[in-house]
Write a protein that binds this ligand. Sequence first.
Ligand code: MN
Ligand code: MN
Length: 366
Amino acid sequence: MTKLNQLQTIINEQHLDAAYISNPMTINYLTGFYSDPVERVLALIIFSDHEPFLFAPALEVEAIKGTGWSFPVYGYLDHEHPFDLIADHVHQLAGNPVNWGIEKGSLTVDRLQSLEQVFPDAHFNTDLTPTIEKMRMIKSEDEIAKLNEAGKWADFAFEVGFNAVEVGKSEQAIAADLEYALKQHGINKMSFDTLIQAGPHAAEPHGATSGNKVKENELVLFDLGTIFEGYISDASRTIAVGSLNEKQKDIYQVCLEAQLTAQAAAKPGITAAELDKVARDIITKAGYGEYFIHRLGHGMGSSEHEFPSIMEGNDLVLEPGMCFSIEPGIYIPGFAGVRIEDCVHITTTGCEPFTHTSKELQTFPK
Ligand code: MN
Ligand code: MN
């Protein structure tokens, strides 16, 4: 069954007549077509008992046809009123649907009011956002194959990036080197801004790659990912430049133990909260608990942040096909930061990572 059929079944189960899908990530998930139309209107209309259609800016129509979309696609020009046209197409195809599902997590109030105006007898009360998030949480084999391919390119980026490290070179210059190499191999887009942070700068986990230069005898943190056919990778490694003191080595080894132990514990049946605790207990016992200031991981797939969230309080039981990061970190202000991250998918017996770059402490330049 296609994902679109699955959602149509759910719409029927919820006694809805139609659904207005407007989140570009959801449209990508259901149709294989991705575009962020910004201020223009892109919508997927699904009916309980008629074929769906896509409604898009005219300039996107050819691209949609090129993806193999086999149902109608209707375009509109910038001077036309998109919601009047949507209503015309809906009436032609499916009469006058009354109960609609919408994505409350992303539909703007302005657009909801436009829908209410063109469908005055309809109700837009049912939120499909949780349903869709749940569907997206369990990945198919095809999705996992794409995530593996995105992971391979992250491994390649680490290799190039580590070898580009030199004392006196800026974080930005190293990031430029690895992204240039990826582009030469046809990987055009990172899944998020490449993060390279050297020395004490790495103690700001939400900081940015900067002009800060690599110095002798410090830790350098890399966090990066690529996009392959709409699916992302996300991985972190921390390497040594020169020789490290005992405390630098200690935070690295504690973080590594937390990461490896959690990755070994990730399997069907454990809850997200329990998995977070596996890693957190190791870091806390070593005395660094106050420096692990974020959840253990986040779900990922066609975007960097989806479900499940691997954190305290989430009693969700892990199941095969769930994909998420395992990324403990230790950030000591003014001193150093370490994060080691692999994204994994749950299998029937455990988990498999999408990235395979060694997690043992490595020193560069070699
Ligand atoms: Mn990351
Ligand atoms: Mn991550």
